[in-house]
Write a protein that binds this ligand. Sequence first.
Ligand code: ATP
Ligand code: MG
Length: 214
Amino acid sequence: MTMPIRRLPEVIINQIAAGEVVERPASAVKELVENALDAGATRIDVRLDQGGLNGIVVDDDGHGMTADELSLAVERHATSKLPGDDISIINHFGFRGEALPSIGSVSTLNLISRSSASDSAWQVTVDQGVVSAPHPASREAGTRVHVTNLFQSTPARLKFMKTARTESGQCLDMIKRLALAHPDVAFRLTDNGKTSLDLPRRGHDLASGDMAEA
Ligand SMILES: Nc1ncnc2c1ncn2[C@@H]1O[C@H](COP(=O)(O)OP(=O)(O)OP(=O)(O)O)[C@@H](O)[C@H]1O
Ligand SMILES: [Mg+2]
């Protein structure tokens, strides 16, 4: 029996696309940390629960987003990083406008952000692809992204997750790589409440004199 060709709903399109962007907690961490770097952060805190399987928080002191920008940020193919239409001129890590909507289509994604030009913060949630309207929140300038229920709606993907310890090690490797390339940014990684990486900004906070790895 042949089936009619049909256009897939947006939620399914995003879940399929998500497979290319976010394979495991470390790839979500990579996308979120790159966004923080693109936002000009000087401090990036990453907190993991069970190697990111139960939760990932990435908090930065970058330029943040307004309520309108927050709504656009979780929309597919919306980016602030491609000012013209020439995709050979790229000055950021991202430019596809894919990462946040992809992560939000396979998790519960909560973003709280305050633009450095504004005195109020806003938050938006995407729950397995369903986007809420932005509502007022409270935080200092910068952005906090919280990912929970990763792959709960895509059990096939969930099956490929390794132990929390392995996922945690992959997140640590990813952050070390990004941190090495950005010595002017302070990085901290906390895993199940334990600090596993604490790197000050080059030339700042050098109480101990050196980069520290717990
Ligand atoms: N931490 C952040 N601080 C400030 N703005 C952010 C942050 N994270 C995302 N944004 C905004 O949201 C937009 C969408 O982010 P998203 O990661 O989905 O796409 P992108 O970074 O533009 O491209 P890519 O999909 O290649 O990563 C960004 O272009 C940026 O304007
Ligand atoms: Mg991005």
